[in-house]
Design a protein around this ligand. Structure first.
Ligand code: AHN
Ligand code: ZN
Length: 327
């Protein structure tokens, strides 16, 4: 407000003191300070997504999961991050032990001002929403539900490795998000977000905190729409506003809808409630679907065929503009 008044006063003064064409004068106040934001390469993000999917479903306790976890950690190291692989035995809704690994990549780890970016890297062991009940116990590719958001974060990591923003960044790829109780076992419930819950109780650095967090979940599908998720607005409404306004300023209002979505139990819940870091969830929402997600959700149709570089670009570019504008 004060800046606005000074700016207006500056224009008025220059108009009074100058007798012709005052609008051609450029005062320091009129020069916009623009931050250089590196380009987000959506083809790279697509490639990182495809590579994850090529391992097969990243279901904890499988070889594909182990191999993909090593791939993600080694890529993040290649992009110059300090990487911690946080391993833990976590327990499913029906008390099965899972060999889980959160992958934590830090840039400028000693900086106090930090932003946390996160996604889950595991894929669901059950296609329990598949139209064909024969597929309900089959693990999914999770091209969008898992790999796509990690693909976006890997490309952001690559860019940060080249040009650092003015703040510290942590990128966490959480494990064991998607082993929630399946539809075909209605006697059970819960079991989601085990990796983020573990990290929230056991952060990689004691008393770790960040200004805010941005969780990406299902941000790569063709035609995806992102609505303002309920818990994100409850815990971190200023971040929701900042992200949506940034997206709109970049021409992505078609993707980032200025409407409320429902509340989703996702990795941002333990981050908000246990770690107490205000964290939003950018997650695909389809109001025409009874479950609220894309048609492919928890089906065998969640494949690379559904992945769109355009959607990934809208999200990747938006998140990069947000973090490179922080100081
Ligand atoms: C529930 O269905 C309870 N939460 C959705 C979280 C999720 C699953 N995100 C991706 N897969
Ligand atoms: Zn899922």
């Amino acid at each position: 407000m004060i800046q606005k008044l000074l700016f207006t006063a500056g224009i008025l003064l220059s108009m009074i003191s100058c007798n012709k064409e005052p609008q051609t004068h450029s005062t320091p106040e009129q020069e916009e300070i623009k931050v250089e934001v590196p380009e987000f390469n959506a083809d790279s993000a697509y490639h990182y997504t495809e590579t994850q999917v090529s391992f097969g479903p990243r279901v904890p306790n499988t070889e594909a999961h182990k191999a993909c976890g090593n791939y993600l950690a080694s890529e993040l190291r290649r992009f110059g991050a300090q990487v911690i692989e946080q391993e833990a035995i976590l327990h499913t809704y029906d008390n099965k032990p899972l060999e889980a690994k959160n992958i934590i990549a830090s840039y400028n780890p000693d900086m106090k001002n930090r932003v946390l970016l996160c996604a889950h890297w595991d894929s669901r062991p059950f296609a329990d929403h598949d139209p064909d009940p024969k597929n309900h116990r089959t693990p999914i590719d999770g091209a969008n539900d898992g790999a796509g958001a990690c693909g976006v974060l890997l490309e952001i990591a690559r860019q940060i490795g080249i040009t650092q923003p003015q703040i510290g960044i942590d990128i966490i790829l959480f494990d064991a998000e998607d082993w929630g109780a399946p539809q075909f076992e209605p006697q059970y419930s819960g079991g989601w977000c085990l990796g983020s819950e573990y990290w929230s109780n056991n952060p990689h650095k004691p008393a770790y905190t960040a200004r805010y967090g941005i969780l990406l979940d299902m941000v790569s599908a063709q035609g995806a729409r992102f609505y303002k998720e309920y818990f994100s607005m409850y815990y971190a409404n200023d971040i929701v506003k900042k992200v949506w306004e940034t997206a709109h300023s970049l021409g992505y209002s078609e993707y980032f809808i200025d409407k409320r979505g429902g509340g989703i139990e996702d990795d941002h819940i333990p981050i908000n409630q246990i770690r107490k870091i205000p964290c939003i969830d950018i997650i695909q929402h389809d109001p025409n679907n009874s479950h609220g997600f894309g048609d492919y959700w928890h089906t065998l149709q969640d494949t690379m065929d559904e992945v769109s570089t355009e959607t990934m670009k809208a999200v990747g570019k938006t998140v990069m503009h947000v973090i490179y504008n922080e100081k």
